[in-house]
Design a protein around this ligand. Structure first.
Ligand code: MN
Length: 355
C-alpha cells in the first residue's frame, strides 16, 4: 500500500502580502496542490492523507467544488482529510455541505472516529477541529483497535493550544501522519512525522517544502509477513525562502555588493525568495543603501550587521588625549566578542554623531 501524506496546504493564504511576488504565491499554492494530485494519479498512489489546514481559513463552497473535482480525477485513490485549526469545521461549514466523491473520506466531528478502507486493509483514526483552539489531549485516548490491518493516525497540532501530544501517541500505530508544524520533521523514523507545509508560507519557513511518500507492506492478508513501512520526504514546493549571507570587507562598494548579491541570486535561482544578511567590516565612511538591493530579486528582508573597520592603533595614536583616544584605551586587553562589539558601536557613535 503506497501513500502520500501532506499537511498545511493553506489554500487561500497570500504569503508576503505587499511584495511584488505575493499574488503569484497565492496561485502557486493551488498549483502545487494540483501537482500533488497529478503525482498521485501518475504514481497510482493508494491513499492520500491530508493532515489538516488544507485551507488557510473557512473554505468556500466553490473552492471545495474545485477540490472535489480534483479528487474525482483520482477515483482509484482513497483520500482522507481532517479540518485543522485554520479551516476548523463550524456548524455551517462548507465542508459539511458538499457531496464528496466516493473515494473521499473526511472526519466530520470533533470526536475521535475510525474509518475503514477495506480495499487497502487500512484503518484511519482521527477527528476534525471544530474550533480554533483545543487544549485537551484528545489523541492520548486514541488507540489502535487491534483488528487486522494497517493502522494510521491522522493528527494535527502538538502545541499547548492545539491538542498537545508527545511521541507516545504513536504506540501501536503503523504510521502517524502529522500536521500543524510547517517545518517538515520526523518524530519517529518511518513511524511519525510532520509533512510540513506544502509551500513555504512566510519568511521563517526557510528550506525545502513538500510531501511524505510512504510504502507499507506485509500483514496477515499478505501471507503473514510482518508489517514493514518505509517513508521519505519529497520536495515539491515551487520556491524556497533562502538565507543569503554576504560577507563584505573594507573595499566593498555599493555596486560591488549589488553585483555579488545579483550573482548569488542568479546561481541559487531567481524564483526563490531571499533573506539577505550582510556581515563583515565595511569602510568607515561607507553606508550601504538597501533600496537597490531589494530590486535585485525576490528579497523579503535585509539585515545589515556590518561594522566599520577602524584602524584602532592608528586611531589611538591620532586621538591621543581626546575622548575617542581614551575610549579606545579603555578597551585595552578586552578581546571578548561582546566587548569588541561595544567598542565598535561606541566608536561609531563618537565618530559619526550625525548617524
Ligand atoms: Mn495548523
Amino acid at each position: 500500500m503506497r501513500f502520500i501524506h501532506i499537511a498545511d496546504v493553506h489554500l487561500g493564504a497570500v504569503p508576503d502580502s505587499g511584495c511584488p511576488w505575493s499574488a503569484s504565491r497565492e496561485k502557486e499554492i493551488w498549483e502545487t496542490f494540483q501537482k500533488v494530485v497529478g503525482l498521485v494519479k501518475k504514481e497510482k498512489i493508494d491513499l492520500l492523507l491530508i493532515a489538516g489546514d488544507l485551507f488557510h481559513r473557512q473554505p468556500l463552497l466553490r473552492q471545495l467544488r474545485e477540490i472535489n473535482y480534483l479528487f474525482s480525477e483520482i477515483p482509484e485513490t482513497q483520500v482522507v482529510w481532517m479540518a485543522g485549526n485554520h479551516d476548523y469545521m463550524k456548524e455551517d461549514s462548507a465542508y459539511r455541505k458538499i457531496q464528496w466523491g466516493e473515494n473521499v473520506h473526511g472526519f466530520f466531528s470533533g470526536q475521535p472516529e475510525i474509518l475503514y478502507l477495506s480495499r487497502l486493509h487500512t484503518w484511519v483514526y482521527g477527528l476534525s477541529y471544530e474550533q480554533r483552539e483545543i487544549t485537551e489531549r484528545l489523541y492520548d485516548s486514541i488507540r489502535p483497535n487491534g483488528k487486522p490491518g494497517y493502522h494510521i493516525l491522522l493528527a494535527h497540532g502538538g502545541d499547548e493550544k492545539h491538542i498537545p501530544f508527545g511521541k507516545e501517541i504513536a504506540g501501536g500505530f503503523t504510521y502517524v501522519a502529522l500536521g500543524h508544524i510547517h517545518k517538515p520533521q520526523v518524530i519517529i523514523p518511518d513511524r511519525m512525522a510532520y509533512a510540513g507545509s506544502l509551500e513555504p508560507l512566510e519568511k521563517n519557513d526557510v528550506g525545502p517544502r513538500g510531501l511524505i511518500y510512504g510504502q507499507i507492506t506485509g500483514g496477515e492478508w499478505a501471507g503473514g509477513v510482518s508489517v514493514k513501512i518505509q517513508t521519505g520526504f519529497v520536495p515539491i514546493a515551487s520556491r524556497a525562502y533562502l538565507p543569503l549571507e554576504i560577507t563584505i570587507h573594507s573595499a566593498t562598494t555599493q555596486l560591488g555588493l549589488e553585483q555579488k548579491i545579483g550573482e548569488a541570486i542568479e546561481q541559487k535561482g531567481r524564483k526563490n525568495i531571499y533573506l539577505i544578511h550582510l556581515k563583515g567590516f565595511r569602510n568607515p565612511d561607507m553606508e550601504f543603501e538597501k533600496e537597490p538591493l531589494y530590486r535585485l530579486g525576490n528579497v523579503v528582508e535585509i539585515k545589515d550587521d556590518t561594522r566599520p573597520c577602524y584602524d584602532l592603533d592608528k586611531l589611538k595614536k591620532q586621538q591621543e588625549g581626546t575622548l575617542i583616544g581614551e575610549y579606545i584605551r579603555s578597551f585595552d586587553g578586552k578581546e571578548g566578542a561582546v566587548e569588541q562589539k561595544a567598542l565598535y558601536y561606541g566608536l561609531q557613535a563618537l565618530m559619526e554623531p550625525e548617524l
